[in-house]
Design a binder for this molecule. Structure first.
Ligand code: CMP
Length: 138
């Protein structure tokens, strides 16, 4: 069993896509074992995306991610890191497969509706960034 962190980004929450994303997760048999809504400060967003701090899009990304509420979730299932990445589609929505969340709803490479951990290592640290053990139900 694996776990992964999912974020519905400010564009997704703001456009009323929270229910749609959750429906797709549930239809794909991914189990939600933790969930909350919060609004990050810019510092918190910088901490979350620290691996990207040298990238040219870092300031814009962390400004966007702290611009409104997000929904953060922990998903559990077999091979869920990869399964959830497949459900999201490529970071650049123009390259995402038909039927993926980003292909269907993203408007921009940054405003791409959802985030998902890209490896076991990042999933462990990303889940720990938002949730303590009492907030994870299993
Ligand atoms: P995410 O999966 O959350 O990981 C890093 C985020 O940076 C990415 O989704 C996008 O929202 C954002 N981003 C903006 N520009 C780029 C880019 N050129 N390449 C990758 N990610 C980008």
């Amino acid at each position: 069993m694996e776990r992964t962190l999912s974020i519905i980004k400010p564009d997704g929450v703001g456009r009323g896509l929270t229910g749609e994303v959750i429906k797709r997760l549930e239809n794909s048999k991914m189990k939600i074992i933790a969930m909350k809504m919060l609004k990050m400060t810019e510092k918190q967003a910088q901490g979350f995306y620290a691996v990207h701090k040298e990238r040219p899009f870092f300031d814009s990304l962390t400004n966007f991610m702290s611009s409104g509420p997000v929904v953060v979730m922990v998903l559990e299932g077999e091979n869920v890191i990869l399964k959830y990445r497949d459900l999201m589609g490529a970071t650049n929505y123009k390259e995402a497969e038909e039927g993926t969340i980003r292909r269907d709803f993203a408007t921009d490479i940054e405003k791409n509706v959802v985030h998902g951990s890209d490896s076991q290592e990042s999933s462990d640290s990303e889940i720990g960034y938002f949730f303590n053990s009492f907030e994870i139900v299993n």
